[in-house]
Ligand binder design. Structure first.
Ligand SMILES: Cc1ncc(COP(=O)(O)OP(=O)(O)O)c(N)n1
Ligand SMILES: Cc1ncsc1CCOP(=O)(O)O
Length: 428
C-alpha cells in the first residue's frame, strides 16, 4: 500500500520529508514523497525557507494519484496558502492526516499564517501539539481537560474528522476526539532527541490507517512508535530515529552472533581459564550500539578441568555485567564488551605488564546511601574506578567485602578484543 507524503525538506535530516519517508518505509509501506518547500535548517535553527510554486506541488500529486493505490496521505509543512489550496484540491477523497506545522521547535515560522493550515482541516485527522492546538482553537491549554476542550472545538467548529492533541509540551498524555468520543493515551517521558517527533507521529498515523486499523488503535501504535524513535534517537542528527526498529533488530542479531563466536573462542582457553573462574561464575556481556545487552544465560562455570557455558547467549542474560557495561558506556560509549574473572594479584600485575589501563574500586569507600540502595554498588564502583584513573580503563578490579568475592572486570570495544585480552592474561 502506498502512503502519500506532502511535506517540506529539512536539510538537517531530522524532520520533514526525510523523517516521513523513513517512517513509512520502516513501517512497511511505500512512500510517495511530494515536496512543498525547501527549508534551510539544522537542529539548532531554521534559517529560512523557499516554497515551491503551487503548480509544482499539484503536478507532483497528480503524477502519482492515478498510478498507486494510496491508503492515506500525511500532510506536513505547507508553507503558503496557495500550496494549501492546491493540496486540498488534489487530495480530495483520500484519508488525510494533517500535521498542522506552524513553527519549528526552535521557534521559527514554517507557514505564512494559521489560516493557511486551517484550509486543510475540514475532513482531516489533525495532529496538533499543544501550541498548535491553542492557535487552532483559540483556547489556552494548561491541563488534559483543556486539551479535550480544544480537541472538541477543532473537530466541531473547524470540521476535523478527528483531532489528536499531543501532550509532549504538557504531560505525556495524548488526547483523541473522534466521532463525539474522547480518548486518553497516557505516556511517560522518554530520554532522547525529539526533533522530528511531530512528523514521525503523523506519518505513522497515516501508515496505520492505511493498514486498516481503527483510529484509537492507530494512535496507540503511532505513539509507541514515536517513543521508540526518541529512545533510540540519533545523536549525530540530534533528532528522532524512525529506523529504530529495523536498526535495533539488526544490532541484536549481529550482537548475538558476535558474542556466540567470542564464547566459542573463549572455550578454546578452557583449561587455562579454569582457575580464573570465580565461585559465582564468569559472564561475558556485549552491548549493541543501542545499549541492549546480551550475555550467557546461567554464566560460564568451571567444569572438570575446563569451563562450560551453562546456557545460550541471550538478550538480558546478565545483571551485574550489564550494569557495569552500561555505566562504563556513559563515559566511554565505544566500550561494548565485558567479562568477569576471579581477582588475583598475579592477574592484575600481568595486565599492567601487558600495558592495559588498570583501575579499581574499594567497596569500603562506598557511601552508606549507595550501600543501602538495592543495586547501586556496581554503578558507583565503575564510576569511581573511571574517575580514579582519568582515562578509559581496560580492567577494573575490587578486593571484595563481606560475602562479596573479589573480582576483575575486563572491558573491550568488541567481544573479540575481550577474548584477546583474556587470552593474553591467562597465558602462562
Ligand atoms: C521541513 C520541516 N517540516 C516540519 C518541521 C517540524 O517538525 P516537527 O516534527 O514538528 O519537529 P520539531 O520542529 O518539533 O522539532 C520542521 N522542523 N521542518
Ligand atoms: C556476581 C558478579 N559480580 C560481578 S560480575 C558477577 C558475575 C556476573 O553476573 P551477571 O551474570 O549478573 O552479569
Amino acid at each position: 500500500m502506498a502512503v502519500l507524503i506532502v511535506a517540506g525538506l529539512d536539510t538537517g535530516g531530522g524532520a520533514g520529508l526525510k523523517a516521513d519517508i523513513e517512517t513509512v518505509s520502516a513501517l512497511g509501506e511505500h512512500p510517495l514523497p511530494v515536496l512543498t518547500s525547501v527549508t534551510y535548517q539544522n537542529p539548532s535553527e531554521v534559517r529560512g525557507y523557499h516554497t515551491l510554486p503551487p503548480e509544482v506541488v499539484r503536478e507532483q500529486i497528480r503524477a502519482v494519484r492515478g498510478s498507486f493505490k494510496i491508503g492515506a496521505v500525511k500532510i506536513g509543512m505547507l508553507g503558503s496558502r496557495e500550496i494549501a489550496e492546491a493540496v486540498k484540491q488534489e487530495t480530495e477523497g483520500l484519508t488525510r492526516v494533517l500535521d498542522p506545522v506552524m513553527e519549528s521547535s526552535t521557534g521559527a515560522k514554517l507557514v505564512d499564517s494559521v489560516e493557511s493550515v486551517k484550509v486543510l482541516i475540514l475532513g482531516s485527522i489533525v495532529t496538533p501539539n499543544v501550541p498548535e492546538a491553542e492557535a487552532l482553537s483559540g483556547l489556552k491549554i494548561r491541563s488534559i481537560e483543556e486539551m479535550k476542550e480544544a480537541a472538541k472545538v477543532i473537530a466541531e467548529e473547524l470540521g476535523a474528522e478527528a483531532v489528536v492533541i499531543k501532550g509532549g509540551h504538557l504531560s505525556y498524555t495524548d488526547v483523541l476526539y473522534w466521532k463525539g468520543k474522547l480518548y486518553e493515551f497516557p505516556g511517560e517521558r522518554v530520554e532522547g532527541f525529539t526533533h522530528g517527533t511531530g512528523c514521525v507521529f503523523s506519518s505513522a498515523l497515516a501508515v496505520f490507517l492505511a493498514k486498516g486499523f481503527e483510529l484509537p488503535e492507530t494512535v496507540e501504535r503511532a505513539k509507541r512508535f514515536v517513543e521508540g524513535s526518541i529512545r533510540f534517537s540519533k545523536a549525530e542528527a540530534r533528532a528522532v530515529n524512525p529506523l529504530w526498529e529495523l536498526e535495533r533488530d539488526a544490532h541484536r542479531w549481529r550482537a548475538k552472533g558476535e558474542l556466540e563466536e567470542a564464547v566459542k573462542e573463549l572455550m578454546e582457553l578452557g583449561e587455562k581459564l579454569n582457575p580464573h573462574v570465580p565461585e559465582v561464575g564468569t559472564n561475558f556481556a556485549l552491548a549493541t550500539p543501542f545499549s541492549e545487552v546480551f550475555a550467557v544465560k546461567g554464566r560460564i562455570v568451571r567444569y572438570g578441568g575446563t569451563i562450560k557455558p551453562v546456557g545460550p547467549v541471550e538478550f538480558n542474560a546478565s545483571d551485574h555485567l550489564r550494569r557495569a557495561l552500561l555505566k562504563m558506556r556513559e563515559f566511554y560509549p565505544e566500550v561494548r564488551a565485558v567479562l568477569n574473572l576471579r581477582y588475583s594479584e598475579e592477574l592484575v600485575e600481568k595486565a599492567k605488564k601487558l600495558g592495559l589501563v588498570v583501575s579499581f574500586y574499594d567497596r569500603r569507600e562506598e557511601p552508606e546511601d549507595v550501600k543501602r540502595a538495592e543495586k547501586g554498588t556496581m554503578e558507583w564502583g565503575i564510576e569511581s574506578a573511571v574517575k580514579r584513573v582519568g582515562k578509559r580503563p581496560d580492567l577494573i578490579y575490587h578486593l571484595g567485602d563481606w560475602g562479596k568475592e573479589p573480582m576483575v572486570l575486563i572491558f573491550g570495544r568488541s567481544a573479540m578484543e575481550v577474548v584477546e585480552r583474556v587470552r593474553a592474561l591467562s597465558s602462562r
